[in-house]
Design a binder for this molecule. Sequence first.
Ligand SMILES: [Zn+2]
Length: 183
Amino acid sequence: MTATFCSRCATPMASALLGGKERSRCPACGFVLWRNPAPVGMALIEHEGKLVLIRRSEAPLADYWAPPAGYVECGESVPAAVCREAQEECGLEIELDGLLGVWSQADVDVLIVAYAAHSSGGSLRAGDDASDARLFDAMELPSQPPPTGGTATDHWFYGVVAETISHWREARRPARNLRRSAP
Ligand SMILES: [Zn+2]
């Protein structure tokens, strides 16, 4: 293990038992390095009646189709991060329609907050972290084999993509029925 230094006072960090767990604490100023999963915002975007997916160019799950997603940064809310990432990765301005769910797992260092959304402007194109961006009919989504090898994050993320898409299909069903039965 490489030595780490306190981000406040540059003293080498030491291990300490805090709250029943081994943590990294600065013996000089008491700073504790809490390790928390990083929040990632994701958008399941309806555009022209179809679902927007991007082909990921970066790990985890490189070359797989997935909804646009990215890290939430300090200085922005989760919804603002989702809208920014969508614009960067697929070129669309979006409005959020509601929370689809939150996904996390003990051995993965991110957590995903996924929203249903619809496009409100822009045009579809592959941007940051995406090699392609396309529209998929809800009934003709890409069939993708599970990753072979890969990290715990790859396998977890594969499952999250499948679940968010199925939640999105469930969430839009009532709206469709409503439209159909409207006079
Ligand atoms: Zn310190």
